[in-house]
Design a protein around this ligand. Structure first.
Ligand SMILES: [Fe+2]
Length: 369
């Protein structure tokens, strides 16, 4: 009996141990699965940030080629916000237009001087060209007055200066003819696509190349950016000059799960929701507030599909994007008081919005905050 009891107890203990082992295995598998889900949801890391700055150019009427005061103030703030990188959406300098005779290499040297807080802090900047970094518009605007036409060879010298100053070390995976100008890369749980909207014809994106890039989105956040708005506010020269191509571009962003497209060109802050042709909403965020002279906007979009959600033309500033797993928050940080000698710069966030990749790309899912 004793031995039997012990035998029985031993058998029970053995069964208990087996059950514990199975339970432990199940718990381990469950924890692993949960951990995997968490890794997918968070990108396997803590929340991270990046900034978007556009239009740091100077004021052509006062002879400056870069608004150094504003650009430097923005750069200093971005350093404090501890971002992973900065996307620079074009018109870094006045470039070919009304540059007061400042050479192209000197213009980009001035821009780098303004960006010194970032460059010296080891923050990478991923630029694309704006029309000022490229050349005169030839498609939708009236002919340029002869006195503003660039001299022969100027535009080649401008591209050379741009490439030598700011494209070193960028991903070389762009389309033929635009390597170093258009490119894409994966960073943590995001696919970033930098679009030169001139090399393949002005107001156009390299759609076939973009489609191949977007094919690797694989559920990640997609952050595409270029200089020109896809949907018009102030300037007539934008991607809407070729509406069918623009709509294909918007459709491709929607199909890849993108929720936002960043751009500049218009010297305003403007956020609008526009559905693609399948009804997937994407936000166009214009943040041409990096230094160029601020402009006013009559307040209506030519395209009836565009629904405005936020607007300001009163402040310079930049976008700060926080990515926390499937959620992203886009804030427009505005310089509401530039301070001046001895004074503190005052910042505010007049507009922000968030989205969550787990929510459908429906009309009501972006929440203004
Ligand atoms: Fe521009």
């Amino acid at each position: 009996m004793k031995s039997g009891r012990w035998a029985g107890a031993g058998a029970m203990a053995s069964r208990r141990a087996w059950l514990f082992a199975v339970a432990a295995l199940l718990a381990s598998l469950l924890a692993g699965a949960c951990g995997k889900r968490a890794a997918v949801a968070t990108g396997g890391a803590a929340a991270w940030r990046f900034a978007v700055v556009c239009d740091t150019q100077g004021n052509p009427r006062d002879g400056t080629v870069v608004n150094e005061a504003v650009a430097r103030t923005i750069a200093e703030d971005i350093v404090r916000e501890r971002v992973d990188f900065v996307l620079m959406g074009g018109d870094l300098v006045n470039g070919w237009f009304r540059n007061g005779g400042v050479s192209f290499p000197e213009q980009y040297a001035i821009w780098k001087r303004a960006m010194a807080p970032l460059l010296q802090g080891g923050v990478r900047i991923f630029p694309v060209r704006g029309n000022h970094d490229h050349g005169p518009e030839r498609t939708v605007l009236p002919p340029l007055p002869a006195q503003h036409e660039p001299a022969p060879g100027d535009l080649e010298r401008l591209e050379k200066a741009y490439r030598e100053a700011v494209t070193g070390g960028l991903p070389g995976n762009g389309p033929a003819g635009a390597k170093g100008l258009t490119y894409g890369f994966v960073h943590k749980n995001a696919l970033v696509v930098a679009l030169d909207e001139y090399a393949g014809g002005e107001h156009r994106v390299p759609q076939a190349w973009l489609d191949a890039q977007l094919a690797r989105a694989d559920g990640r956040h997609v952050f595409a950016y270029g200089h020109e708005p896809a949907f018009e506010t102030i300037h007539k020269d934008n991607l809407a000059a070729f509406p069918e191509a623009r709509d294909r571009f918007w459709d491709s962003l929607g199909a890849a799960g993108a929720r936002v497209y960043f751009c500049g060109h218009d010297h305003i802050y403007n956020r609008a929701a526009v559905a693609d042709r399948q009804g997937r909403e994407i936000r166009q965020v214009i943040a041409g507030t990096g230094g160029g002279a601020l402009k006013s906007w009559p307040g209506s979009y030519p395209d009836p599909r565009v629904r405005g959600e936020g607007h300001s033309e009163r402040h310079h500033g930049y976008l700060l994007v926080t990515v926390d797993g499937p959620r992203a928050t886009v804030e427009w940080r505005a310089i509401v008081d530039p301070g001046g000698p001895g004074g503190e710069v005052s910042w505010q966030v007049p507009d922000s919005f968030s989205y969550d990749l787990r929510a459908p790309q429906a009309a009501a899912q972006a929440v203004a905050e």
